[in-house]
Design a protein around this ligand. Sequence first.
Ligand code: MN
Ligand code: MN
Length: 466
Amino acid sequence: MSEKSSKGVKLQKELTYKKKSCFAVADAEETKKIFAFAKGYMAFLDAAKTEREACDCAVELARKAGFSEYRFGDKLRAGDRKYFVNRGKSVVVFRVGTKNIEEDGFRLIASHIDAPRIDIKQNPLYEEGGMAFLKTHYYGGIKKYQWTAIPLALHGVVVRKDGTKVQIRVGEEKDDPVFYINDLLPHLGGDQMAGKAGKIIEGEQLNVVVGGLPYADEDVSDPIKLTVLDLLHKKYGICEEDFLSAELSAVPAYPARDVGFDRALIGAYGHDDRVCAYPALTAVLENETEHTVLAMLVDKEEIGSEGTTGIQCKVYEDLMEEISVALGANFRKVRANSKCLSSDVTAAYDPNFAGVYEKMNSAILSHGTCMSKFTGARGKSGSNDANAEFVGEVRKMFAEGGVVWQTAELGKVDVGGGGTVAKFVAQLNIDTVDLGVPVISMHAPWELISKADLYSNYRAFLAFMK
Ligand code: MN
Ligand code: MN
C-alpha cells in the first residue's frame, strides 16, 4: 500500500460511520454474558404468555430482588425499591435515587407486555361437524392465516357469577391437551389460494377446536358441547354463562427455543415486546443507581394503548405525581427534567423480503438494539420525532456505556409504518425516544430475534440508568 492510499484508508476510518455486529466485537467474556442473559429471558417467555402472567412474573422477580409493593399515598425515600401493580395487567418497578428529583427527573423505560393473540368471544361455545369450537375475535395486528394448523394453548381468567375468579392455563405442560384452528386442505383450496392473503382465512373462521367427545346420553341436543362444559365445570367450577365475564386467549403452545446450529437466535411467541420488557425489568431490579428509575411494563399497546391498563390511562401519570409528591417535589419540574426510552421492537432487515426495506436505514440482526428517532407512516404521521438534542444525549450515554447499537426506520418510506407508546409519554413533557430489539417475522405466532440484540438492549438500559 502506498503512503498516499494508506492516508486515505485512515481518513475513511475516522470519518465514516459503519454499523457493527455485537457478536463480532464481543470478547469471550461478553459472549458468555450474551448467552447467559438469553436463558433467563427464555424462561420468562415461557412463564409469561399473557400480560397478566407477565405482570405476575415481574412481581415475583421484584419480590425476590427485595422490592415491595407501593400504593398511592405511601411514604418514599432515597434507596426505596418498589413495584406498583395496575389491575394485575401492568406493573411499574422503580428505585428511588439519591439525586435531587426536581433537577434530575425520572429515568423511564416504557415497554409493553401484551402481544397479538386470538381472544375468545363472550358467548363462544358451540358444536358442529363432530367438533366443539370456541368463537374468537383476534387481538392486535395479525396475519390470520398464520394462526391455523398450529398447537394453541388457552390462557386467562374467568370471573364467576359470584365474583370469584379462576385462572386457566392449558396447553403448556407436556401432558396437557392443546387446541387448534382448522385450515383448508390444498386439495380443496384452489379458490382459497387464488384469493388475497388477508382474506384466505377470515376473522369468523378463526374458531378454536376444543373437543370431540359426545356426552353419553342420546337425548342431549349438543352432546360434545356438553362434555366440554362438564369438564370445565368439574375442573374450574364454571358454567357456560361464566364466559360472559372471562378473558381467555389462545396463544401458540410452543416454548421459546434456540434457533440455528450456533444457537445465536431465539424463536418464540411474544418477543414483541417482552424482549424489551424483560431487560427493562432486570436492569431496574438488579442495578443500583443515583437516579430515580422506573421500568414500566404496560398493557394494550397492540390495540392502541387504550383502556385502564394501556399507557394512555392517567394511572401512570398519577403514579409519577405520587412519587414526586412523596419526595416533596414539584411534579411539573420533575417531569420536565425526566427522560424516557420508549422500548418497543422494530422490524429487522429481512433479505428474503429486501424490497420493503431501505437497507442503509434498516435494523440489521445482531447489530445491536435499535433507536428509531421517529416512527409513524406517510410523512412521519403519528410519530414522536425525538429532538436531535435528546438523541445526542442518549448517544453519549451509550458511547460511555460501551453499548453497540444502531438506528433504523420501520421499512421504506411509504411502504407501511407503525407506532408505539413513545408519543403518549412525550405528551407529559418528557423527552422520549424509541429504542428496541429488531425482530424477524414480527406478530407471527413464532417470532425471531438475536441473543446479541437482547443483551445490547439490556446494556443500553444500564447506560441510560447510570
Ligand atoms: Mn410492540
Ligand atoms: Mn406489536
